[in-house]
Design a protein around this ligand. Structure first.
Ligand SMILES: C[S@@+](CC[C@H](N)C(=O)[O-])C[C@H]1O[C@@H](n2cnc3c(N)ncnc32)[C@H](O)[C@@H]1O
Length: 213
């Protein structure tokens, strides 16, 4: 999918709801304050990076796809920094950013444990990483048989599999939250979403957050 079409999905009512719901969940895990630095790994067209910058964070988006980065930069991304690079070998020193987030990107990275270790390495305070959840309604709709649309080729995990990625890393207060329980995004789905605790691990997006030790 070309970057313009991908980003346009976030302007649809359902896309905006899913984006904002996932962003809010990531921010809950990061506990980031305006003025702190944030790296968004696998930023794609930069919707989440721009969203964080709008909240006053000094945000940098990193992706390996130059076309996505060009789009990100030229569509309201002047307030952010942009970097081309690989999630498994981040071109930054240890503890370079107060916070690091990544949404629906590591599920496309071949060596996920290495990318997780890299995110933890460059984080100074906290991180929040979002993955697609195999134990979700979204998986039943979009993930089976190799996946459809933008989900094609993605790996889908359970909360237990994700926790295992962090074994042996310098982290504490690891927490798994989930959101987007009813992916239709109808008015009823949104009302129900607000009533479902994010500790229940059946939302389409699972976000693992934690603090750096
Ligand atoms: C589904 S998109 C998600 C983009 C954005 N985070 C969002 O949620 O809108 C996945 C992104 O991960 C990027 N990606 C995949 N493997 C990568 C890698 N090894 N290093 C950096 N980016 C990668 C892709 O280029 C793509 O932009």
């Amino acid at each position: 999918m070309n970057p313009a079409d991908y980003d346009a999905w976030y302007a649809t009512p359902r896309g905006r709801w899913i984006g904002n719901t996932e962003y809010a969940l990531a921010m809950r895990g990061l506990a980031a304050r305006p003025g702190s630095t944030l790296l968004d790994v696998g930023c794609g067209t930069g919707w989440f990076t721009r969203r964080a910058a709008a909240d006053g964070l000094l945000a940098t988006g990193l992706d390996r796809d130059p076309r996505a980065l060009d789009f990100a930069h030229s569509h309201g991304g002047a307030a952010c920094g942009w970097a081309e690079g690989d999630a498994t070998a981040l071109p930054f020193g240890d503890a370079s950013f107060d916070h690091v987030m990544s949404i629906a990107a590591l599920c496309f990275v071949e060596d996920e444990p290495r990318a997780v270790a890299e995110i933890v390495r460059v984080a100074r305070r906290s991180f929040a990483i979002g993955w697609l959840n195999r134990a979700s309604l979204l998986y039943r709709q979009k993930g089976r048989a190799g996946g459809s649309g933008t989900y094609r080729g993605a790996r889908w995990h359970t909360a237990g599999e994700l926790r295992a990625f962090f074994a042996g890393l310098p982290v504490r207060a690891l927490r798994v939250r989930s959101a987007v329980f009813l992916p239709s995004g109808t008015a009823l789905a949104r009302r129900l979403e607000a009533a479902i605790p994010d500790a229940l691990p059946w939302g389409g997006m699972l976000i693992v957050s934690g603090l750096k030790t």
